[in-house]
Ligand binder design. Structure first.
Ligand SMILES: Cc1cc2nc3c(=O)[nH]c(=O)nc-3n(C[C@H](O)[C@H](O)[C@H](O)COP(=O)(O)OP(=O)(O)OC[C@H]3O[C@@H](n4cnc5c(N)ncnc54)[C@H](O)[C@@H]3O)c2cc1C
Length: 414
């Protein structure tokens, strides 16, 4: 027998969950169908031998407006990283830290910041601009690539190659910096307003907290939607008829089902290691992101996660995360360990790999001309939500879910 539901939401990632929360607030009945065995989509964590491992290294910025609205930060117990980067530049370690928000190493900034005084002035100008730029201005200014935007502002040469590119390629998951200037502006603005952090119990806590706002029986796990035809869904568990349908799947599935403009997906691999305590002598055991100015190995970045969140490891153990983007996502373990040794300046021979996560479809591209908000209504009964509709981020996914719920509400005449 075909089951009837008011609103069917396909996917229990952050967009699907945010959509359901907004529908519930408006007393609109819904059912979420999720193919996998848990909620969160790309924001999930595993516990392996007592270590908390996020499925791919990622951070939450507490300045995300939609996150602020939907999440309880006190319960998340956010653990901030040092606002800055440690740049391995040959034998030299440059510590570039926001001097206003961190007392650590701030006196080293003038000595360690790469580039000449002209490009450094460009950097100051760029950041000052964000203090007075509204979101509306970011959205409407002519779009160009992040790289063009930086160089136009004077951020070039060593400052671009040793600081900006190594740092931003880990955010965009692409090294050409061909991502839209709009997303760069959003990222830098968020970075000035909040310090990237992880919840004490892992990124999955974000997803769990959202799901906990919904009745358990409203989320059907292990239920894959196989096709949509009009108002009918064929799922692995049977047929469903819905008055309204929200496709909150991963971008690739949504794009192919709804015939949306194709988007390239960027990939990343994260390796988690159990390290030894010698690493704690490095940069006074601060949770700072390491990058390599000279690209001497496959890694894009690495960090001692337990320096921010000791709760990620059992009994005072040390957890290191190391990530590589294309074309290095298939790097072999020995070159990863060798690169880690160079980055941190310690012997990594005895480090044990806990787990490797290869994420083939981590982030949808955001190349110019890019719109910060795309239409989420396909026809009168069919809607779409997901990071690919706003920005490839947690904020983007949450906002998209909420916006789509509002469209559904209007289409129901409420
Ligand atoms: C490694 C990595 C690092 C990242 N780093 C950051 C970061 O530091 N900061 C940041 O803000 N963002 C980061 N992001 C991006 C952020 O995680 C995503 O933008 C966001 O989680 C996307 O959520 P979503 O709900 O749009 O999609 P998804 O999370 O992809 O959710 C889609 C859901 O739909 C389900 N689904 C798919 N097909 C079907 C089907 N046929 N039937 C039923 N269910 C289906 C999937 O199982 C999944 O649960 C990162 C992402 C990755 C992967």
């Amino acid at each position: 027998m075909t089951k009837q539901v008011e609103v069917a939401i396909i996917g229990a990632g952050l967009a699907g969950l945010a959509c359901a929360i907004e529908l519930q607030k408006n007393k609109i009945d819904f059912q979420i169908y999720e193919a996998s065995d848990g909620v969160g989509g790309r924001v999930r964590s595993d516990v392996v031998d007592g270590f908390t491992l996020d499925r791919g290294f990622q951070l939450y910025n507490p300045s995300y407006a939609e996150g602020k609205r939907l999440l309880n930060y006190q319960d998340l117990d956010l653990k901030p990283f040092t606002p800055g980067v440690a740049i391995r530049d040959g034998k030299r370690l440059r510590l570039v830290v926001d001097p206003f928000r961190s007392r650590d190493f701030r006196f080293r900034l003038l000595r360690d910041l790469p580039g000449n005084p002209f490009s450094q002035l460009g950097l100051v100008r760029y950041f000052l601009k964000y203090l007075i730029t509204s979101d509306a201005q970011i959205a409407t200014t002519k779009d160009i690539s992040a790289q063009t935007s930086l160089t136009k502002s004077g951020i070039k040469g060593a400052l671009l190659e040793k600081l900006f590119r190594p740092f931003l390629q880990g955010v965009f998951l692409e090294s050409e910096l061909s991502t839209s200037r709009k997303f760069l502006d959003v990222v830098l603005k968020n970075f000035l307003q909040g310090i990237p952090s992880v919840p004490a119990k892992g990124m999955q806590e974000i997803s769990n907290q959202l799901a906990a706002k919904l009745p358990k029986e409203k989320i059907s796990l292990n239920t894959k939607v196989l096709s949509i035809s009009g108002n009918k869904l064929t799922t692995s568990e049977g047929e469903i008829e819905a008055r309204k349908i929200v496709v909150a799947t991963d971008p690739t599935t949504a794009i192919s089902w709804l015939k949306l403009e194709p988007k390239k997906m960027y990939s990343v691999t994260t390796w988690y290691f159990k390290a030894d305590n010698s690493i704690n002598s490095i940069v006074k055991a601060k949770p700072i992101l390491f990058v390599d100015a000279q690209k001497t190995g496959p890694l894009t970045n690495a960090v001692v996660i337990t320096n921010a969140a000791p709760s990620y490891a059992p009994h005072g153990e040390v957890l290191v995360s190391a990530s590589a983007i294309s074309p290095n996502e298939n790097a072999d373990l020995s070159s990863v360990k060798k690169h880690l040794s160079h980055l941190f300046g310690v012997n990594t021979d005895n480090w044990q790999l806990i787990k490797e996560y290869k994420i083939k479809e981590a982030l949808p591209e955001m190349t110019p001309p890019f719109s910060l908000v795309s239409s989420n209504q396909i026809n009168k009964d069919l809607f779409v939500a997901g990071d690919h509709r706003v920005t490839s981020s947690i904020q983007g996914a949450l906002l998209s879910g909420t916006n789509t719920a509002t469209l559904v509400k209007v289409s129901l005449g409420l």
